[in-house]
Design a protein around this ligand. Sequence first.
Ligand SMILES: Cc1cc2nc3c(=O)[nH]c(=O)nc-3n(C[C@H](O)[C@H](O)[C@H](O)COP(=O)(O)OP(=O)(O)OC[C@H]3O[C@@H](n4cnc5c(N)ncnc54)[C@H](O)[C@@H]3O)c2cc1C
Length: 377
Amino acid sequence: MDADITIIGAGVIGLAIAETLTGNYQNVFLIEKHPTFGQETSSRNSEVIHAGIYYTKNSLKARLCVEGKRLLYDYCKKYDVPFKNCGKLIVATSEEEIPVIKSIRNTAMNNGVDDLILLEPEQIAGLEPNIFALKALFSPSTGIVDSHSLMKRYETNTINNGGQIVYGSEVTDIKRIKNGYYITIHDTDNKNFSFTSRIIINSAGLTSDKVSEMVGINDNNLKILFCKGEYFRLNPPKNRLVSRLVYPVPHHNMEGIGVHVTIDMGGGVKLGPDVKYLESNVYDYRSTASKQEAFYKSAKKFLPFLEYDDIAPEMAGIRPKIQKPGDPPSDFYIMEEGRRGYPGFINLIGMESPGLTSSIAIAKYVNDLIANTIILL
Ligand SMILES: Cc1cc2nc3c(=O)[nH]c(=O)nc-3n(C[C@H](O)[C@H](O)[C@H](O)COP(=O)(O)OP(=O)(O)OC[C@H]3O[C@@H](n4cnc5c(N)ncnc54)[C@H](O)[C@@H]3O)c2cc1C
């Protein structure tokens, strides 16, 4: 075999996997179609280190988020990746929402997040004097991270470990062969090149379902639906009026967690993301200026100082959802596909939020799958 392990996709998850695996194995390749890392979902998100509050008990999202948060804080400290453990408030702005935040606290407890504090209005005013809330849950372990610096560090450590990163090369075909796979890539010089690999890790984000189909796995439950999330920025000087993450109570089916206030490492404040399934899977990152009214109205409920002209469209990201509209929340799909006849082919599909937070824990999980796979191969 030319390669022992080939990882497809250099987003934050593929890079974290590459760093971990190159620390344990030799002959590891990371293939990315863009000229550099993180050109898709990994650079179009809220950069929040989630606490692990909302997810279904024992789901991969719940487990890998709680573990990933801890690992990520440690990693950022070790490698000087900029982060801020700023904390987050989940606010109830009506009487009906008060029981909801209490139930969120129970869900969090079930996931091992036992540090949430229920705050009364005067305590909320002590933390964030400019917001409105009847009650709030404070999550002290939530934070933000500079995702570009994080990915750069994963990349550097991968290279230092001896991993090979190949940019500008799109995987276009995969065939099962004896003891491995035959992979064809198409590069920026318009040339095709093929090589063999014992193990494949499909971390191709928005097109991970297509990569999975290349090898022969056609599963309707793994079809990705592009689900757009747009952001508006809060113009200065009002961005100084809030210093923590502030979230409304989430939508009932968790398609998104509501238009919220996110701060970034530079002190900028964003509102968003909203949730909109696209009619087809197109890379539509355009901002919709006409959404200003809806963003303004949503945020005004807890940001009383907000005026209509304080916000402007900023950017958009696309969630790789396997959850169909109206369905209950889906989990991360991380699977070694031996049972379907593809041993050593590991799929990561539906890697939406909290994928950034969980990236190191996901990498450990994949490392364990490989340790078991090698025994089976
Ligand atoms: C609006 C929004 C907000 C979010 N907020 C947060 C948050 O605050 N906190 C959090 O923890 N998570 C958040 N997330 C989730 C997080 O961004 C993702 O889970 C994470 O970025 C996914 O990383 P990835 O590496 O799987 O995917 P990607 O970043 O999409 O990387 C996949 C890579 O694969 C490459 N690729 C695809 N097909 C091929 C091919 N055939 N050949 C070669 N390369 C290929 C792509 O070019 C891409 O670079 C958010 C997501 C969105 C959309």
